[in-house]
Design a protein. Structure first.
Lengths: 512, 407
């Protein structure tokens, strides 16, 4: 095949971080004038690959070759890749909310006349470019007054203003509602017809199937498969198989669970996004958990898992739009985190450093932080009780530290997570929600956390395990709910589930 | 070195400020030819700075939650002025006027707290507004004229403890009693702590270290008891100093030993994590701001008592002295770090500087310049320590359990 028909070839890209090989001999070839989809699980290396391509990781920090439009490229920074004609639209939008559309589009590329900005010219061009992306709005509007969908279009318009040849969209629809998503996909087809090549990173298979001409699947830093397809006729099962085809080794401790009665029930839970009006992050979610049962929640990033859990946990996230909670058969209203804790609910957040821990604290004060009443005697904290509790959990959970008075930042990720778990075990909850409890933890520590989860279940607690690692859910949970775009799309017992079934329900809205 | 560590309990770096304070006192004493360490000078130093130190107690908590309060000087002035005015014009008893002043402080704090916690307006803005409102208010209600204060308040502002009992002690017996209570309380606390020290880990603190610690503290308290008690007949440890001492103990306990205190540190350290641990962030903000203005009213009352009249300019730029004390005491601008005891040490450093430079005959202009440099130096030192990954809290007077055990 003629090399010139490829706009981009990335050959044997290898990128290492201290201790981790994020990309290992990855190859990617993108034909001119196509929409090329890249898919893979969270953490598979998709974003790292795009950062290598766009110069975020400069030439020299990775091995391999990038050939763009027939020439080998050695980007030192984003500016260089941009001037070559590569633009990347990130998941998190990067515009300045307090400035107008015009100002944002020409940010860093201002049109100057006699050393001053030529506003008239900038506005005229902005107007033209906005038309190309199907927006007919006043270019003076401030970015903060636009919806997320429109912002994304402006972001694309900005890329177009720089004469882009290759447009990379990193999970472009993850923050959009359905109408905006459909609109965006239409725009991508339109761009394609105008000769702009697009790379779309996504794990929404229906979108990939609808518009892509080629698919590359990355798994654990390797290219697994790469093939051309005819848009609209993509074999979803084939992609799913490639995405999850990892073998489950013996990474999960043996466990026999004996579930009791249903003690936690959520019905028709609805939550609206606090930032995007009208976008529902949870749509009529209903589920239940038994005492002593481990219930898994499978869903990809942005599916609404965390939002659902944080909303249940004392309405800590979003705007509550309806739904009921029953604990041990009795309906309860959890209007604050404090009342949720009082009712025996505990939530271990996914973002340990920003939500789980006060990094200024030491282990001793962290362990008791969620239930200070327990060590309060006649209005004063009993520091001795506190120390005893901390020592107790240190021994029980084998937290590796020289002393409980050490700061939590001195601990490794796994030990930090144990401290967070201690903090919640200290509240003696009946229902334990664990959101990605093993993220960023090495394999050995994971095993210990798994054993701990089993112990908690054996002690009769209802455990909810949210994870984006399917093998983890299959290895740990008794029952798994799948969640996609805020809806619960399936419930399946772990014995009957496999990764393909789950991945299908996590990426496609159920058609039942 | 290891032995010193065991006595002081942990990280010696915390004692930097204490050492600096001691060095300052000694140096000034030598330069001024012994005029620093005299009874009358120290009595003046304490009663003349008690109000700023009281403000610093509240300011520490405000800074720990990651906010700042610029209004304290104005609120103090306003509360003091209202007190003087009601006492003079409506002939209410002095204690009633005091209660009114305190109520004004609480209301002012609730006002700031409301804007911060409910509307999310940063404390800097909220209290900048409060600073103007209450300063303007003082001038307005007083018509820019000083108002004499009730006579009874003088005792609170600059009074002394009563003389009683036998004369052979050679000093004011109230002060002596205070000193004895202090020593006994310290000894009892140390012994209790020692007895329980092995409960959790099974390893007791070394007994000799406890003994040395007790001896050191006894000598220190004893010396200051003698210093304050052996002055002119009729003088003693000043009353405002006693109020400051009580408030310091109360706020030390609140910040270190209560749920609310923990919440203050939790909110300052990581607001989102605190909220997810069941801390009512808004309530913590509200109460901390309210408490600050309450203490501002107390400071205002003491100041009016000391100067026997409420003036329209009372309290001008007190907030800056209070904030400086907190930062010299090692609190972090970003919140979450700082202690009451370190703040008091920081405030005393400022007070001793003021006093010592005055004894040397340095003018107020140069004193201001020197204080500015000291503030910068202290904070720069602290930041440098943090950058090199060392302990961030300097200047703790008493060893807290954590540092002691860490070694």
């Amino acid at each position: 095949m003629d090399n010139n028909s490829y706009i981009l070839q990335m050959q044997s890209i290898t990128k290492e971080f201290p201790g981790v090989r994020a990309l290992d001999d990855v190859n990617l070839s993108v034909r001119t004038g196509t929409i090329h989809s890249i898919c893979g699980e969270n953490g598979a290396g998709k974003s790292t690959l795009m950062k290598v391509l766009s110069g975020v990781y400069p030439y020299g920090t990775y091995d391999g070759k990038i050939i763009f439009m027939g020439k080998e490229m050695k980007f030192k920074n984003i500016k260089e890749s941009e001037s070559a004609g590569i633009a990347i639209i990130h998941q998190e939008l990067t515009m300045i909310p307090e400035l107008s559309i015009t100002e944002n589009i020409f940010m860093g590329n201002e049109i100057l006349r006699n050393g001053l900005i030529d506003w008239a010219e900038e506005k005229r061009r902005t107007y033209d470019i906005l038309k190309k992306v199907g927006l007919s709005i006043n270019p003076d509007i401030l970015i903060k007054h636009l919806g997320v969908g429109q912002q994304q279009l402006v972001e694309i318009a900005k890329a177009l203003s720089k004469n882009v040849k290759l447009l990379i969209l990193d999970e472009p629809t993850s923050a959009l509602n359905e109408a905006d998503s459909a609109n965006l996909l239409e725009l991508m087809k339109d761009l394609k017809s105008r000769g702009i090549t697009c790379i779309m990173i996504s794990h929404k298979l229906n979108e990939i199937a609808a518009i892509s001409d080629a698919v590359t699947v990355i798994r654990d830093g390797h290219t697994v498969e790469s093939y051309d397809v005819v848009a609209g006729e993509v074999d979803e099962d084939k992609i799913i198989k490639a995405m999850v085809g990892r073998s489950i080794e013996n990474r999960y401790p043996e466990h026999k669970s004996c579930p009791g009665n249903v003690i936690f029930e959520v019905n028709n839970w609805c939550v609206e996004d606090p930032d995007v009006e009208g976008r529902m992050v949870c749509k009529h979610a209903s589920f239940n958990v038994r005492a002593g049962e481990i219930v898994g929640f499978a869903g990809l990033m942005g599916a609404g898992r965390t939002e659902l859990m944080r909303s249940i946990f004392g309405k800590n996230y979003g705007i509550y739009r309806g739904g009921t909670i029953k604990i041990k058969g009795k309906e309860v209203k959890l209007n604050s985190v404090e009342s949720a804790i009082k009712h025996g609910v505990a939530y271990v957040p996914e973002d340990r450093k920003n939500l789980g821990l006060n990094l200024l604290d030491c282990i001793r004060t962290t362990v008791v932080a969620a239930d200070l009443d327990k060590i309060t005697k006649r209005g004063l904290l009993d520091l001795n009780e506190e120390k005893i509790a901390a020592e107790d959990y240190r021994n029980q959970l084998k937290i590796k530290t020289s002393h409980v008075d050490k700061g939590v930042t001195t601990l490794s990720g796994g030990n930090q997570q144990k401290v967070v778990l201690s903090k919640w075990m200290f509240t003696e909850p009946d229902i334990l929600i664990l959101d990605e409890p093993t993220r960023g933890i090495d394999v050995g520590a994971k095993y210990e956390i798994y054993k701990l989860i089993h112990q908690l279940a054996d002690a009769g607690k209802a455990v909810i395990l949210v994870s984006s690692e399917l093998p983890e859910l299959l290895g740990m949970a008794d029952r798994i709910y799948t969640i996609f775009e805020g809806s619960i799309t399936g419930e399946i017992s772990a014995a009957e589930a496999d990764q393909e079934i789950l991945m299908k329900r996590m990426t496609i809205t159920s058609k039942e | 070195m290891k032995y010193i560590k065991q006595v002081l309990g942990g990280d010696l770096r915390q004692y930097t400020m204490v050492v600096a304070l001691a060095a300052l006192i000694i140096i000034f004493n030598i330069i001024s030819g012994g005029r620093m360490l005299t009874s009358s000078n120290f009595q003046n130093l304490i009663s003349g700075n008690a109000y700023v130190l009281i403000l610093a107690l509240g300011m520490l908590m405000v800074i720990v939650i990651g906010q700042i309060d610029l209004s304290v000087g104005s609120v103090a002035g306003f509360a003091g002025m209202v007190m003087a005015l009601v006492a003079k014009n409506y002939n209410v008893p002095w204690w009633c006027a005091v209660l009114i002043a305190i109520a004004i402080g609480l209301l002012a704090g609730a006002w700031h707290g409301f804007f911060l916690s409910q509307l999310g307006i940063p404390g800097f803005i909220t209290t900048l507004g409060g600073m103007m409102i209450f300063r303007g208010g003082v001038i307005w209600i007083s018509h820019s004229i000083s108002v004499p204060a009730p006579e009874q308040l003088k005792w609170f502002g600059s009074g002394y403890l009563p003389e009683w009992g036998p004369a052979f002690t050679g000093m004011n017996n109230s002060t002596l009693l205070l000193g004895i209570i202090g020593i006994v309380a310290y000894v009892v606390a140390q012994i209790r702590k020692y007895k329980r020290s092995g409960d959790a880990t099974g390893v007791k603190d070394p007994l000799w270290a406890v003994v040395v610690r007790i001896i050191l503290m006894t000598v220190l308290i004893g010396y200051f008891t003698w210093l304050f008690g052996s002055g002119r007949v009729g003088t003693s440890f000043p009353v405002p100093g006693l109020i400051l001492l009580l408030l310091t103990i109360i706020y030390h306990i609140i910040t270190q030993r209560t749920k609310f205190g923990r919440h203050v540190y939790a909110v300052g350290g990581n607001k989102a994590a605190a909220a997810l641990s069941g801390v009512n962030v808004k309530r913590t903000y509200f109460l901390t701001m309210m408490n600050m203005s309450f203490l501002a009213a107390v400071a205002g009352i003491l100041f009016v008592g000391r100067s026997t009249a409420a003036g329209p300019a009372d309290g001008t730029s007190w907030e800056m002295d209070a904030i400086a004390s907190v930062f010299i005491g090692g609190a972090a601008v970003s919140g979450g770090v700082g202690t009451i005891l370190a703040t008091i040490v920081g405030g005393l450093v400022m007070a001793v500087l003021n006093n010592g430079l005055m004894l040397m005959g340095v003018g107020a202009d140069k004193t201001q310049v020197i204080k500015g440099f000291v503030l910068l130096a202290a904070v720069a030192f602290d930041v440098y320590n943090k950058k090199s990954g060392k302990s961030s809290i300097i200047g703790r007077l008493f060893p807290s359990k954590e540092e002691k055990a860490a070694n």
